[in-house]
Design a protein around this ligand. Structure first.
Ligand code: DGP
Length: 145
């Protein structure tokens, strides 16, 4: 998929937003939905996606919508920090397949990092155990402020 292309409303995250696919939600309001990544690179890997906008990537996002969305990304990152007390947090985002993007609805990754525990490969491997994701999500939900 190229960097510039029409928005595909059948992408996985659009389906999650329409309630057509399940997700383990940690936060939702009228601006953004945050949920657990089912192919987590680290324990607590969370995604934050904007609602009500057809943005494939960061470059597509209407600038006037960016501030509210980034505020939600920070809100969830702070909740992840409070809930899981990692040694560090990666906040990252990919634009275009060559850059590593695999789902073409804008999203930021929040990856808790801990000393001595390496990060798994991106968007690959085994799907996580949903009960385990629910347990982590519950901690993050309680830490949202
Ligand atoms: P990216 O490659 O930056 O587009 O990241 C897409 C992420 O989405 C990747 O870390 C794996 C994750 N992912 C793929 N399919 C699903 C899904 O159906 N549900 C959830 N929760 N995450 C998904």
């Amino acid at each position: 998929m190229t960097l510039h292309a029409p928005y595909d409303s059948d992408n996985i995250f659009a389906k999650i937003l329409r309630g057509e696919l399940p997700n383990v939600t940690v936060y939702e309001d009228d601006v953004a939905l945050a949920f657990m990544d089912v192919f987590p690179q680290t324990s607590g890997h969370t995604l934050v996606i904007p609602k009500g906008v057809e943005a494939r990537n960061f470059l597509d996002m209407p600038p006037e919508r960016l501030g509210d969305y980034m505020e939600r990304v920070q809100k969830v990152a702070n909740a992840v920090e409070r809930a899981l007390s990692p040694d560090g947090i990666v906040v990252t985002q990919f634009n275009g397949a060559i850059a590593g993007q695999t789902v073409f609805h804008l999203h930021f990754h929040i990856l808790p990092r801990n000393e001595g525990i390496s990060q798994k490969a991106h968007a690959s491997g085994e799907m996580a155990d949903i009960a385990e994701l629910e347990s982590i999500a519950n901690k993050i939900r309680q830490a949202i402020r």
